[in-house]
Design a binder for this molecule. Structure first.
Ligand code: DC
Length: 220
């Protein structure tokens, strides 16, 4: 059973995906963390991340490994735990540029498909292009949305000390870049179920997705 959960930043994708996976005994894959890990490696190795040719030339070099336990997801690059460093504002500011490079997407999508194929009981994969491109045959596709205000408020709650206006602007800029790139942009798959989380609690969103998974299981 493969569940794809896509949507822009701040819609509750990670919290929802982890909770759904934990509740169902599934694996969990945070694909955004993989793009962040690639970006972190490039920044640390002096690659000019605004030069797509330089990024493409280095895309095969870092070894990115994701741990898929929803209660304890991990991410390493060349054996180094980068769970903290990939969340810095520097990485966040550059991840859209790196993830727009087709060679990066090809490399990381390959890792994602291998992980999904190897999942024992089922997997929840969260990202931007999972339902459209990486796993188009996913059993269930969810597209999470929320108003820009709700998304910015959630993010600034997570990033203590960063004001709401700055968060709002950075979030909109990232979504615009992620939605307008040529290579597998952020998009809702035609057969995805859209869930607007603006007025919902995390618990309500999790219940909604778990119910949809159960319905699919019965129908299979
Ligand atoms: O989910 P996140 O905010 O940690 O993702 C970071 C960035 O990674 C996001 O701005 C775009 C990119 N990304 C992507 O291009 N494709 C995915 N499947 C997941 C993330």
């Amino acid at each position: 059973m493969v569940v794809a959960i896509d949507g822009p930043a701040g819609t509750g994708k990670s919290s929802t995906s982890r909770a759904v996976a934990a509740q169902l005994g599934f694996s969990y894959l945070d694909t955004g963390a993989q793009y962040r890990a690639m970006t972190w490696w490039m920044l640390g190795h002096g690659v000019d991340v605004d030069d797509p040719a330089a990024v493409a030339a280095a895309a095969d070099k870092p070894e990115i490994v994701s741990g898929t336990d929803p209660d304890h997801p991990t991410i390493t690059v060349d054996g180094v735990d980068v769970a903290g460093p990939i969340r810095t504002p520097e990485v966040t500011a550059k991840v859209s540029a790196v993830s727009a490079v087709p060679e990066v997407r090809r490399r990381i999508s390959g890792i994602q498909r291998a992980i999904a194929a190897g999942a024992e009981h089922g997997i929840v994969v969260e990202g931007r292009d999972i339902g459209t491109t990486v796993l188009p045959d996913a059993d269930l596709k969810i597209f999470l949305t929320a108003s820009p205000e709700a998304r910015a408020a959630r993010r600034s709650g997570e990033l203590k000390g960063v004001d709401l206006k700055t968060t709002h602007q950075a979030l909109i800029a990232r979504d615009t870049a992620d939605s307008s790139r040529a290579a597998s942009p952020l998009a809702k798959a035609g057969d995805a179920v859209e869930v607007d989380t603006t007025e919902l609690t995390l618990q309500q969103v999790v219940e909604c997705v778990v119910t949809l998974v159960e319905e699919k299981r019965v129908a299979r």
